[in-house]
Design a protein around this ligand. Structure first.
Ligand SMILES: *[C@@H]1O[C@H](CO)[C@@H](O)[C@H](O)[C@H]1NC(C)=O
Ligand SMILES: *[C@@H]1O[C@H](CO)[C@@H](O)[C@H](O)[C@H]1NC(C)=O
Ligand SMILES: *[C@@H]1O[C@H](CO)[C@@H](O)[C@H](O)[C@H]1NC(C)=O
Ligand SMILES: *[C@@H]1O[C@H](CO)[C@@H](O)[C@H](O)[C@H]1NC(C)=O
Length: 309
């Protein structure tokens, strides 16, 4: 139980909670513990259920940050042949973890049966210079999932998360426009903009992996209509089709889909899907036009296009 609480707590802190009172935090913590119960119960206790073992992931969700990785992972977790790591492991992108070795990595994976696929998600892998080669060294035939959304929207979402984190820790915050525009020009050194240069990051992955090993999930579609995107993932992973429309219901208050499985209902943490600031339209246009060429290059690279701005 202690471990269960710890992992629930990690999940919470890593999902960057919105400001919550202590009481509210405990409530959220309890619901997260419940959320983790059935499927995760077996790996949070130290007892290994007969016939299971901890396996290194056969699939990794590599990113992108603010692309919808948590939603994707939680939705895939509905599938009986999928088990997921509870926290972001940061094995391939953080040197201090990578030096701990593959057995350390494996020890953080849930117990699984032989017919189950273990999935880990760490959004930072996509933009990490070392991650592609390191993952390739572990398993050159691994299947990778990448969830992307409109790069400008992603920048704003990235900004919004940092904004709330800074508010919570009583640090000064800046207007979006003041960060993105420096001396009248787009501040292309801004980390959030760099992370949205999908072509540049993808080029690195394609040095190590075949295009058909990387399945790209449309994050904009997943939010609006999850099932078709999840069925594509089932096919990519050669899994029987088990995720159904009845696994999702739209929550009007939240404005997002929540998950129904094993007779329980759960929604993503409240820090997910926060409203974005309204951005000055001139600045928006500058962002759209900056990304346009990068997007076109990215579409050619992956032989597929999206309707991004
Ligand atoms: C490598 O990944 C492939 C594709 O997911 C999987 O079938 C295979 O079992 C993995 N190998 C190891 C050693 O995990
Ligand atoms: C819908 O979302 C609201 C706000 O996040 C939440 O309080 C409520 O419990 C959710 N209802 C259901 C049925 O998921
Ligand atoms: C989940 O756990 C609860 C409580 O242990 C149990 O009553 C329920 O049957 C479980 N559901 C499944 C699908 O195993
Ligand atoms: C948007 O910003 C530009 C300068 O970058 C300014 O000239 C313009 O007035 C702003 N528009 C609005 C609607 O605030």
């Amino acid at each position: 139980m202690a471990f269960l609480l710890v992992s629930a707590y990690l999940l919470l802190t890593r999902s960057h909670s919105a400001p919550v009172e202590n009481g509210a935090l405990m409530e959220t913590l309890k619901s997260q513990v419940l959320l983790l119960s059935n499927k995760s119960e077996h790996y949070s206790t130290q007892v290994r259920p007969p016939g299971t073992s901890r396996r290194i992931p056969q699939t990794i969700i590599i990113g992108v940050r603010k692309g919808g990785t948590r939603a994707l992972l939680e939705m895939l977790d509905v599938h009986p042949n999928i088990v997921v790591a509870a926290t972001e492991v940061h094995f391939f992108d953080w040197d201090e973890n990578y030096v701990k070795g593959i057995e350390w990595y494996r020890s953080l994976m849930p117990f699984s049966y032989e017919n189950q696929i273990t999935i880990e998600k760490t959004p930072g892998y996509f933009t990490s210079p070392q991650a592609p080669e390191r993952i390739h060294d572990m398993n050159s035939s691994i299947k990778l999932l990448l969830i992307l959304r409109d790069p400008t929207e992603r920048v704003i979402s990235d900004y919004t998360q940092v904004y709330y984190n800074r508010l919570e820790s009583h640090k000064p915050v800046q207007l979006f426009e003041d960060i993105v525009i420096k001396n009248g020009a787009l501040n292309t050194k801004y980390k959030a903009i760099q992370r949205s240069l999908y072509d540049i990051h993808m080029e690195r992955w394609l040095k190590h992996f075949h295009l058909d090993q990387i399945h790209i999930v449309d994050g904009n579609t997943l939010i609006k209509d999850p099932l078709p995107e999840l069925q594509k993932v089932e096919r990519f992973l050669n899994l029987p089709s088990r995720i159904m429309s009845s696994n999702f219901y739209f929550n009007q208050t939240k404005g997002f889909y929540c998950i129904r499985s094993d007779g329980r209902e759960r929604c993503l943490h409240e820090s997910k899907g926060r409203p974005h600031p309204i951005v000055n339209s001139t600045v928006l246009e500058q962002l759209y036009s900056y990304f346009r060429e990068h997007n076109a290059k990215f579409y050619r690279m992956i032989k597929h296009s999206f309707d991004w701005h």
